[in-house]
Design a binder for this molecule. Structure first.
Ligand code: DDH
Length: 294
């Protein structure tokens, strides 16, 4: 059947903590990305590597993070993946240092490092993804198109394809877009969603409710900006979270309760990284550099 079985690796939690530390230390040493941090890009890489999963696909792998196919130019060529090569190049020196780790494991672990080193919650993670050849590369257009503006569209990606509930899709999108920014050279959109784009938080939810969001006046793609500072943005798909009453309920809960938001995000992000994979091994948790005094 088309279930990807994670393989046992020759390494334990201590080894993967070393890989974690190498990725995290490089975040401090290499700062030539926006806001001086590659962490948001690593989170987006982990998400796009995993978000190509389709539970209705009858192929052998169904996409997702298992086969590490994001390493191929074919998958990198999906217009939605524009800009991710920079994240993979960032991780190449880690792959050189720890050659045994599969690409799927490396790209997902990069996302865990990104979240945790930006003060986010602990994300459980497991190794065992296996590099497979190029022919299992998933087709394009599975990752969401930000110009879409209906709840039906967002659920077609997150619920029908990826198997998430409204609660999970709201927390994934809102915490994911608390960090980083849009780049015109990647997506045609521009700007950050929050005032603290290198801190994992519930700020996206607060701003979505508190600010007055109007169409940005420019020649670029249709996007929203806040009337207060004109420096923040929302994508059409982000605005859906407020326009759809079932989704909005969760936006209100997460805006009020940051602890709940972080806990639910941790569960949903971990699930995202493991879509379509069967693991027989226990979950691993990693310490941040700060917790190790490094
Ligand atoms: Fe996203 N995202 N995302 N996103 N995303 C972009 C950037 C980042 C959509 C579109 C865009 C998630 C869901 C969606 C992050 C994390 C997550 C950009 C800009 C677009 C466009 C790219 C660029 O120009 O560089 C859409 C549409 C959706 C949707 O679900 C409907 C989710 C679920 C996550 C997550 O992590 C769980 C992050 C981080 C970034 C910032 C990257 C950066 O370079 O900074």
């Amino acid at each position: 059947s088309n279930v990807n079985k994670a393989q046992l690796t020759n390494h334990d939690e201590k080894y993967y903590q070393k890989v974690y530390n190498a990725i995290a230390k490089k975040l401090i040493d290499v700062d030539d990305y926006d806001y001086g941090s590659y962490a948001p890009l690593l989170v987006r890489l982990a998400w796009h590597n995993s978000g190509s999963y389709d539970q209705n696909d009858n192929s052998s792998t169904r996409g997702g993070s298992f086969a590490g196919t994001m390493r191929f130019k074919k998958e990198q060529g999906d217009p939605e993946n524009a800009g991710l090569v920079k994240g993979m190049n960032y991780l190449q020196s880690i792959k050189d240092q720890f050659p045994d780790i599969s690409h799927g494991d490396l790209y997902t672990l990069g996302g865990v490092v990104g979240i945790q080193e930006m003060n986010g919650p602990k994300i459980s993670w497991r190794p065992g993804r296996v590099d497979l050849p190029i022919d299992v590369t998933p087709p394009y257009h599975r990752l969401p198109d930000a110009s879409q503006s209906t709840g039906e569209y967002v659920r077609s990606v997150f619920t029908q394809r990826l198997g998430f509930t409204d609660q999970e899709l709201v927390v994934l999108i809102g915490v994911g877009h608390a960090i980083g920014k849009c780049h015109t050279y990647n997506s045609g959109f521009d700007g950050p969603w929050t005032f603290s784009p290198t801190t994992v938080s519930n700020e996206f939810f607060k701003l979505l409710l508190s600010e007055d969001w109007k169409f940005k006046k420019w020649d670029g793609k249709k996007q929203y900006e806040d009337e207060g500072s004109h420096s923040l943005m929302m994508l059409p798909t982000d605005m859906v979270l407020k326009q759809d009453s079932d989704m909005k309920k969760w936006v209100e809960i997460y805006a009020k309760d940051e602890d709940r938001c972080m806990k639910d995000f941790a569960d949903a992000f971990s699930k995202l990284l493991e879509r379509g994979i069967k693991f027989d091994t226990p979950k691993m948790y990693f310490k941040t550099l700060e917790e190790q005094g490094l």
